[in-house]
Design a protein around this ligand. Structure first.
Ligand code: ATP
Ligand code: ZN
Length: 223
């Protein structure tokens, strides 16, 4: 109905490492999201916001295309999308400070690692080709080969698929189990609030209001 006032469509991760903190933050903003198992869509009654519950990997494209007006996604996923896409991507509206993690390159424990030049002529398995390529270029490494994998990177060196890996590291336990060690951190990530390019004035205002609430909630949390 044309008389309906516009609603902001916010894409968030349905389930996973971003989801709990995202729903916590929305709750602290006074927004209750009823997210049943099979639900893909949740209306928020307190504000003119509809929440889309999706896989985190889909969030940059949903927001870049305008299918969603805004989203909450890891910086790693956002930057990877930005570096590998043709055409205009989503824009960062705010950094939210949670779901912090780092993207690292890791090599076999027995290797002597003295810096990025190590990767010259080496094969590196990753699901982050954009971020890895850009780090290698900034580091002056021109002849490394990137092997695209979507999971279980840690076994690639043992299988002879790659010499090293590039993946999200939290405790390092998985690396250790697989005979690997962190060599370098190539990107530090935190959750980002992102927005569709060219939001209209009404939606930009709604996003501004949401961002204000989020800042308030995050500030009281750290006080
Ligand atoms: P989905 O089913 O939505 O695709 P996923 O398995 O790809 O989920 P998660 O493991 O839930 O993703 O991680 C989502 C995001 O959480 C990561 O992209 C990253 O930004 C962040 N994160 C924070 N800590 C970690 C960690 N220890 N390991 C992996 N990701 C982490
Ligand atoms: Zn994912």
């Amino acid at each position: 109905k044309e008389t309906d006032s516009p609603r902001l469509r916010l894409a968030v991760q349905k389930k996973g490492r971003l989801a709990d903190d995202t729903f916590d933050l929305l709750a602290k903003c006074g927004l209750k999201v009823r997210h049943g198992r099979s639900r893909l869509f949740a209306r928020i009654d307190e504000l003119p916001i509809d929440v889309l519950l999706v896989r985190d990997d889909d969030i940059p494209e949903l927001v870049a295309s305008g299918a969603a007006d805004a989203g909450i996604v890891g910086g790693n996923v956002f930057e990877e999308d930005r570096l590998t896409r043709d055409g205009e991507g989503a824009v960062i509206a705010d950094a939210l400070g949670f779901s912090r993690c780092r993207l690292c390159v890791a090599v076999a424990k027995g290797e002597a690692y003295a810096g990025p030049a190590y990767f010259s002529g080496k094969k590196v398995a990753t699901s982050y080709p954009g971020l890895l390529q850009s780090w290698l270029e900034e580091s002056g490494v021109k002849d490394a080969q990137i092997v695209l994998m979507h999971g279980a990177h840690e076994i690639a060196p043992r299988l002879g698929l790659a010499d090293a890996i590039c993946d999200i590291v939290s405790t390092g336990a998985t690396l250790d189990t697989n005979g690997l060690k962190v060599a370098d951190t190539i990107y530090r990530s935190e959750a980002l609030l992102i927005a569709a390019p060219g939001l209209d004035v009404a939606k930009a205002e709604m996003l501004g209001a949401l961002k204000g609430r989020m800042r308030g909630a995050l500030a009281s949390q750290h006080a």
